[in-house]
Every structure is written in structure tokens, then in C-alpha cells.
Design a protein around this ligand. Sequence first.
Ligand SMILES: NC(=O)c1ccc[n+]([C@@H]2O[C@H](COP(=O)([O-])OP(=O)(O)OC[C@H]3O[C@@H](n4cnc5c(N)ncnc54)[C@H](O)[C@@H]3O)[C@@H](O)[C@H]2O)c1
Length: 384
Amino acid sequence: MKTGIIGSGSMGSGIAQVAATAGHEVLLYDNNPDALKRAQAQLEKILARLVEKGKMKPKESDEIFGRVTFVDSMYAYKDAGLVIEAIVENLDVKKGVFEQVEDIVPHDCILATNTSSLSIASIASACKDPSRMIGIHFFNPAPLMKLVEVIPAVQTSPETRKRSNELIQSWGKTTVTAKDTPGFIVNRVARPFYGEALRILEEGLADAATIDWAMAEIGGFRMGPFTLMDYIGHDVNYTVTETVFQAFYYDPRYKPSFTQKRLMEAGYLGRKTGRGFYDYREGAQNPAPAKDKKLGEQIVWRILVMLINEAADALYLNIASREDIELAMTKGVNYPKGLLQWADEKGINHCVATLDRLYGEYLEDRYRCSPLLRKMAREGKRFF
Ligand SMILES: NC(=O)c1ccc[n+]([C@@H]2O[C@H](COP(=O)([O-])OP(=O)(O)OC[C@H]3O[C@@H](n4cnc5c(N)ncnc54)[C@H](O)[C@@H]3O)[C@@H](O)[C@H]2O)c1
């Protein structure tokens, strides 16, 4: 089956590599010829590196590269079975592209968008047959990240949903199904990892290095929140938070932070610009964490309970199943444990009591406890 990919940026070229590695013929298109050339050179380089490291035979790498055709028009998609769009995150531009591509592809071709933040229903509304439109959300870098969120829109047919899941699983990915709501699963549930850490920093309870130390050493997370935000880039990370906040009709739970906004405005975007919360310039000295175990435990629990609350609320509102929420957070952002399992281990009563204490102290809606947690505590239930 031929797979068409629109947009050869970081996501499009990564998805192309995944599909070609799974044996599909890929047609990669970009309306910017330079971007397409860059993608071609980059794919060659990545495959060569895999051969060098002994992860792939030269023949295999040649075959994968040979399965990707870099095309200068979407007319090449006339016999595609699946088209995935990974272009600029702009609703009108995306709608325009689907309007065009729908007239080119066969009537049973699945049309998918890799959008991170736009509503699938609104993109699908551009199509004459929106039942074949679906969200297929890969994570960056697509070849390495196991998780893919599949997001049916209200218009999506059960057939499109089933075929999309089977196809993406046959590419060696783990799929989870999410409701068409802002941030889907991962980008919604993970917000407090950044937001609550920023809040703790702003309140002056601890500095970035100490919070990062606590989350990595005590919490078991692969990276502390500030290191991770510096790595992702503040332009990207702040924009996701702001988009989610706006899309939730300004729910205070997702309120962005001025501290992060100022870094973005200053051009301190993180690793890629040499400065963010930390200084990455040559010879720079960064502050050491205060390795205070008691403080560290308080920090971890405050961030963790906010993450648990978010995961519980996503379950409460049927954004995804219990199993998919756990999979999404362990495979999409590599959390050391599923948040709902973590809630069970910490005790649902303890979670509710902490959230209520925070709410009582700040009187901010941000700390409101999910009705599901409260009900479970009352009934003595566990998630698993
Ligand atoms: N970068 C991430 O971490 C990430 C993760 C998941 C999803 N996404 C989503 O994937 C999509 C692409 O993101 P990216 O980071 O790869 O962006 P990118 O800027 O790296 O690449 C986008 C590419 O699309 C091309 N393009 C723009 N308009 C086009 C059009 N009308 N027709 C054809 N090509 C066009 C651009 O030339 C560019 O090469 C976005 O919707 C984004 O939200 C990004």
C-alpha cells in the first residue's frame, strides 16, 4: 500500500522513515523544494548512521531509502491507501490541503492529520467525505517514540478507525485512542509536570536545579521538568500550554507561566539557543541542587498529585480508557509508572487530602480535585 505524507519537516520525514521501514512505499511531498531536499539528505544520513552502528544491514537501509519517493506534487497520491498530513500547525492551511488532496486520492484512502492541537472535527469538515478523516498523532522523534494517539473525530467512521489502528500497529507502534479534545491524552495529562514545577519555582520554594534533582532522583522521571523544557524549547512548550489553556476556555488548571513566557520573549529558548533555565554556553556554571530529601519529597508529591488528578479527570471525562491513559504516559513521555497505578500505590485518600489541602491554601480552581478521585476515596475504590 502506498502512503502519502504531506510536509517533510521533522514529523513528516520521521513518519516517512517509520512507514518505509515497515515496508510501505512512501510518497513524501513538501511545498518547499528546499525542505524536501533537506529531508532527503537527512534520511540518507540517519540510515547511514544506523548501518554504521550495526543496527541495520546496508541492503536493508538501501531498500528503505528506495521505498521513499520525494515528489513535487500531491497528484502522486492518486493510488495511495493512506495520506498523513504533517504541515504547519494552521487550521486554514490544513483545511485547504485536505480539500485539494481529497479530489486526488482513491475514495477509500484514509486521510489523517498529525496535528498536536487543532480539532480533528474542524479539519475533517473541509472534506466532502469526512468519515475517512482521522487524527494520527505521532511523537517526536517518530522513529523512536513507540506511542501513537489515534483520534477519531465525530465524523470518523468505525471502519476508518479500525483500519487506522491496524495499520499503525503493523508499523510496530502502540496505539491509544483519544477523544477529540485539546491536547488529546499526553499533552493534556502532562501539563502539570511543567506547570506545577514552574509554580513551585515562582513561589520560591526551590530553584530549578533542586526541582529537577527531586523529580529525577526521587521521582524517577527520566529528566527534571526544567531540563526537559529547555530540551523541548520554550517556544514549543509554552505554545502548547497556551493553546491547551485557550482551548479549555481558560480553565485555570492549564494557566501558562510568566516565567516561561519571559524566557521565550528574551529568546532564551533552551538548549537550541544556548540559554534557557540553564546556561549551555561553553564554560558556563549552573547552580547545584540543594539535595534536601524532605524538600525533594514534598516537591515530587505536589507535582505528582497534580499529574494524578489530571489523569483521573481525563478518565472521568472519558477522554480515553484507563489502560490507554497508562500506556500514553509511560510510552509517550516515558513516565516511570502509570499515573493511575501510582495513585493506587499512594492511596486515593492521600491524593484527595493533598489536593484539598492545596485548594484550601490557595483557593484557586487550579487545585480542584477530580470528582472521580473524590468518589473513589468515598467508596474505598482503586483504579486497578
Ligand atoms: N514537532 C513536534 O514535536 C510535533 C509532534 C507531534 C505533532 N506535531 C505536528 O506535526 C505537524 C508538523 O510539525 P513539524 O514539527 O514537523 O513542523 P516543521 O515545521 O518541521 O515541518 C512542516 C513542513 O510542512 C511544510 N509545509 C507547510 N505548508 C505546507 C503545505 N501547504 N503543503 C505542503 N507542505 C507544507 C513546510 O515546508 C515544512 O517542511 C504540525 O501539525 C505539528 O503540530 C509536531
